[in-house]
Design a protein around this ligand. Structure first.
Ligand code: 2HG
Ligand code: ZN
Length: 458
């Protein structure tokens, strides 16, 4: 089969050397390791379809991979050595940018930051933003329905997708590369592939919605005594700025402490409680005045205790760097267990309190690194623990509190392989059965990214 794949893709399209395959078999955290039979690097949708037909005939499992930035080990093969990694990275063309229709058509391997820069050249904004955007690829962004810092205003990736091209498990090509704002013609099949993490088919191209690039962007960092005041600030700023708020990140003092410890960077505001990174963007004048008025009110009413507004591009970058370095600082600190959870926005403070005290009772040595996208109800409730403490037990303590607040055990990172057992535990029977029904009909041989999202069932 490898010979046949070489004839199809050329020598550079099939990696079998252990060292060449190593980067595709380990996640960025270096905690998940697998082994692949080979790594395939197709250059076109036709080649992807041919690969899928071959694998389908031979019963070989496929693990699709983009920029390998998954937070849930969703793109790593298992340890058997029998799975094939299908890397989309050589299919990286920007097929078209349309500033009038405000769409961009991209191949799956195009890096998110490259796509955003291409849109900006035309004065257009692709508002999918997160720390890994310099490596993450569009196919992965779409198939994991990535979130990030702009979700409160623009929604998840799903809301940005207008059209999709997908290769199914048997090699069938579904061509839905349409640049339409309105398309109500029958079932909207693309939705089933968005967020299914490569377990149903392979996204090979996408058409995404763009927006006009806002002329003004104002970034501010504030300190608040606690999460409850953080939400009061959100309400106050929404009253002041309407829908101009494009990011509202709540960050614990502990998180910024880690960044200071490992990167030497210090928050430019006084405070020992929590912090809020706020970004507002608009094209009408008066945005900065609005943020200033909001900040003034927040300080007067005791909702915020200190605040700065970035005065330059470099100050803006420095504030965002503080926020984006939390993940790396946490990694340097040692072992951490990630909980990417969401609750209804008003429940955030109670969730944080309940989960922290539940942990303190059962695992007194655990430390909580909490930060996240409070404007959309998503918090990264990461737990730093010594290596002899069980992940499963800690996950259960945190996720039970999430469930009690009507939340989700994965807000934006997906299930991957890390949270398969948790999904099986917390989703209801009929919901799981419906998901299996979809899986069975689109991937009857179970060859698409096996072991991810859904636990094996009879
Ligand atoms: C973020 O919001 C990412 O920075 C990573 O989603 C979160 O490290 C994490 O847990
Ligand atoms: Zn996040």
């Amino acid at each position: 089969m490898i010979d046949e794949l070489r004839r199809l893709l050329g020598d550079s399209g099939v990696l079998t050397d252990r060292a060449d395959m190593a980067p595709f078999c380990t996640d960025w955290k270096n905690t998940s390791h697998g082994a692949a039979a080979c790594v395939l690097r197709p250059k076109s949708t036709i080649e992807v379809a041919a690969i899928m037909r071959l694998c389908h005939q031979a019963g070989v499992p496929i693990v699709p991979q983009g920029g390998n930035t998954s937070m849930a080990a969703g793109a790593i093969p298992d340890a058997s050595g029998g799975q094939v990694v299908l890397s989309l990275s050589r299919m990286n063309a920007i097929r078209a940018v349309d500033p009038v229709g405000m769409t961009i058509e991209l191949e799956a391997g195009c890096i998110l930051a490259t796509a955003k820069a291409a849109a900006l050249e035309h004065g257009r904004l692709l508002p999918i933003s997160f720390g890994a955007e310099g490596s993450a690829q569009i196919g992965g962004v779409v198939s994991t329905n990535a979130g990030g810092v702009n979700v409160l205003r623009y929604g998840m990736t799903r809301q940005m997708v207008l059209g999709l091209e997908v290769v199914g498990a048997d090699g069938t090509v579904l061509s839905g590369v349409r640049h339409l704002r309105k398309d109500n013609a029958g079932y909207d099949w693309k939705q089933i592939f968005i967020g299914s993490e490569g377990t149903l088919g392979i996204v090979t191209a996408a058409v995404l919605r763009l927006l006009p690039k806002p002329r003004y962007v104002v970034t501010a960092l504030l300190s608040v005594p606690d999460p409850q005041h953080g939400l009061a600030l959100l309400k106050l700023m929404q009253d002041e700025l309407g829908d101009a708020i494009s990011a509202f990140e709540l960050i614990s003092g502990f998180s910024f402490g880690l960044v200071e410890k490992h990167f030497g960077a210090k928050a430019p505001v006084v405070g020992d409680g929590w912090f809020v990174l706020l970004e507002a963007s608009a094209s009408v004048v008066g945005l900065r005045e609005g943020v200033e008025a909001g900040l003034e009110k927040a300080l007067t009413e005791g909702i915020a205790t200190d605040g700065v507004i970035a005065e330059s591009e470099s100050q803006t970058r420095a504030i965002w760097a503080l926020r984006e370095q939390i993940t790396e600082a946490e990694l340097k600190e040692g072992r951490s267990l990630k909980h990417d959870v969401s609750v209804p926005i008003p429940s955030l403070p109670a969730f944080l309190q309940d989960a922290t005290s539940a942990l303190a009772t059962s695992f007194p040595l655990a430390k909580v690194n909490a930060f996240g996208h409070a404007g959309d109800g998503n918090v990264h409730f990461n737990v730093l623990v010594p290596s002899d403490v069980g992940a499963r037990e800690i996950n259960r303590v945190v996720h039970d509190v999430v469930a009690a607040h009507g939340g989700s055990i994965s807000a934006e990172h997906g299930i991957g392989s890390y949270r398969v057992a948790e999904l099986a535990h917390y989703r209801s029977g009929p919901e799981l059965e419906f998901a299996r029904h979809i899986k069975r009909s689109l991937d009857p041989l179970g060859l698409m990214n096996p072991g991810k999202v859904l636990a094996p069932w009879d």
